[in-house]
Design a protein around this ligand. Structure first.
Ligand code: 6PG
Length: 270
């Protein structure tokens, strides 16, 4: 007979409690934590699919801006190869770049050089919808801003913003190419600027600015790995670091969503 007082068995793992074991750090916006990297990529990819489809339904197209760096590469591989994400509406997608090094595409440091192997060569994005930053051109910032404004101008006023921006974060709390104490942090009007300075990791950069990123409909910040956990701890502390020292704290969506996607290691867990 079943005894109501029998305590629950403790020798079996409570699979539903696993995720709760990691306390999400106190960061601005929503925070998603998954212990396992693949779970994290799947979570973010599933949101991306829903969001992209909604934008195509509402506006007829979807404008996404992606970051370089090493963190998002396995995520890019997931969305390109996992059949679960096959219905991403690539044909109606415009691909933009969050930031770029001022080098030609065939330089190994070029973000576009890295990303094009996934998206330009394997996704069904029409060639005219691919928008690399010509980092090595002297007026690449002005040209890219013009290109962005022209494409978004097709939409009605107020809807002329990026739909999804994927950001990463450096150990020094930079995001995009918005580095601590660099001139680009002060930009309030322009959408794209060149950036350089003592704390800008060489080579010099070209980057989306706060006004453009913060106006986006959805900002995802993907941070993984133990190497980033100390920085996340600083950002989550009660006394928040100033934007000049931790540029990622300048990401404050105006009417959009900001979601952090963190794995267990980044949160200091195993
Ligand atoms: C870039 C990025 C940059 C990046 C961080 C984190 O082009 O490098 O846009 O902001 O996201 O530096 O880089 P990792 O993912 O390599 O740690």
């Amino acid at each position: 007979m079943h005894d109501e007082t029998t305590p629950p068995r403790t020798d079996e793992p409570d699979i539903y409690a696993l995720e709760d074991a990691i306390e999400p750090p106190d960061l601005p916006g929503e925070v998603v934590v998954r212990k396992i990297l693949d779970d994290l990529y799947h979570e973010m990819a599933a949101e991306l699919v829903v969001h992209a489809k909604n934008c195509v339904r509402m506006f007829g197209d979807f404008h996404i801006a992606l970051s370089g760096g090493s963190t998002p590469i396995p995520f890019y591989r997931t969305i390109m190869t996992d059949p679960a994400f096959r219905d991403l509406p690539w044909k109606f997608t415009h691909l933009w770049i969050v930031d770029e090094r001022r080098v030609p595409f065939d330089d190994e440091k070029s973000n576009w050089g890295q990303l094009r192997q996934y998206f330009a060569e394997h996704a069904d994005i029409p060639a005219d919808n691919l928008h690399p930053m010509r980092g090595d051109h002297p007026e690449a910032d002005v040209a890219y801003e013009r290109e962005l404004r022209e494409h978004l101008a097709w939409r009605e006023k107020g809807q002329d913003r990026l739909d999804f921006v994927l950001l990463g974060m450096g150990d020094d709390a930079h995001t995009a190419s918005l580095f601590p104490n660099s001139p680009a942090l002060r930009e309030r009007e322009r959408l794209i600027v060149m950036n350089d300075g003592e704390q800008v990791v060489p080579p010099p950069r070209i980057t989306m600015t706060y006004p453009l990123i913060n106006a986006s409909r959805y900002i995802a910040v993907l941070v993984t790995g133990a190497k980033k956990s100390a920085t996340l701890r600083t950002l989550a502390a009660e006394e928040k670091p100033p934007v000049q020292e931790a540029p990622i704290m300048g990401i404050e969506p105006v009417g959009g969503v900001m979601k952090w996607f963190l794995d267990g290691e980044a949160c200091g867990g195993a």
